[in-house]
Design a protein around this ligand. Structure first.
Ligand code: URA
Length: 280
């Protein structure tokens, strides 16, 4: 094996499977800059999967789809506005998928992903789960939650009698962020109208918000997932006749790293089971 292939194999084994920058960057000679960088604030792009930080603030009693925040630029807000117009035109899930597939502007994601990851499961089911963003396996297969954490999620739901014929599942981000980074706020805000329309078209009886990113995007709060999980919120949207009860839970990727927290998730799943039984 020549050196270049051996190096690529080393990168792959280490989980480096995507080019993040457009141009190569030489790290040699950066040692001097490193000392300064260490005292600088952390980069905006943090590794994702299941932040659990909790700020002890009361959770708002009602929820509302998030609006573009003040820190977004004019271009980001214009993009969110055109996403809102585009998403509003969808009268069915097939139309929404097609409109999203053609929607230009989220090139930081779309341009680098193999597949758009729209949804899986049964759109007629009572329960709709919304996660964060596809990873490498989801990107390859074009389906949400098919990797290791998805398999854990399936087992968790199976324990209360739900499989993919009895739930529908999607994400707040429809393309894999390169290198599994967290989706940026601008990317999430641009996709938010599609997520909102997705929920309006499915009209689930219950929403399960899988992980902090989903809970933050759909409940419009920044409270930590540790505070939010296991509590019922109302998801409201102009296109829904009534609020949908929404239950945040820990992300399975977090549970894989912190198995002791599975106990809390079991309690949350029992709440989901009870609520489903009440709804009939
Ligand atoms: N994690 C998510 O949040 N969504 C997926 O589809 C896969 C992993």
């Amino acid at each position: 094996m020549n050196h270049a292939i051996a190096l690529l194999k080393f990168y792959l084994d280490a989980g480096v499977d995507a080019a993040i920058e457009d141009a190569p960057l030489s790290r040699f000679g950066m040692a001097g800059a490193r000392m300064e960088a260490q005292s600088a604030p952390p980069p905006a792009i943090a590794p994702r999967a299941s932040d659990t930080s909790a700020e002890p603030r009361p959770v708002p009693a009602r929820s509302a789809p998030p609006q573009p925040s003040a820190i977004l630029g004019a271009n980001d807000r214009a993009l969110a506005e055109s996403a809102r117009t585009a998403a509003a035109g969808a009268q069915s899930l097939d139309e929404l998928r097609e409109i999203l597939q053609r929607f230009e502007g989220i090139e930081s994601l779309r341009g680098r992903a193999t597949n758009m990851v729209f949804a899986d499961g049964n759109p007629e089911a009572s329960v709709m789960l919304v996660g964060e963003a596809p990873g490498a396996d989801e990107d390859r297969l074009g389906k949400p939650f098919v990797g290791v954490s998805g398999q854990l999620l399936d087992r968790m739901l199976g324990s209360i009698g739900l499989d993919r014929t009895r739930f529908y599942i999607t994400n707040v981000c429809f393309w894999r962020p390169p290198g599994n980074r967290k989706p940026t706020e601008a990317e999430l805000v641009a996709q938010a109208p599609f997520v909102q329309r997705h929920i309006e078209l499915v009209r689930p009886k219950i929403l399960v918000l899988v992980g902090a990113a989903s809970a933050h995007a759909l409940l419009g709060t920044n409270d930590g997932i540790t505070r939010l999980r296991g509590r019922w919120f109302d998801y409201k949207s102009t296109g829904l006749a009534a609020p949908v009860p929404a239950l945040p839970i820990f992300h399975p990727a977090f549970l894989l790293r912190q198995p002791a927290q599975k106990r809390e998730t079991w309690a949350d799943l029992l709440k989901l089971k009870t609520r489903l039984a009440e709804l009939g």
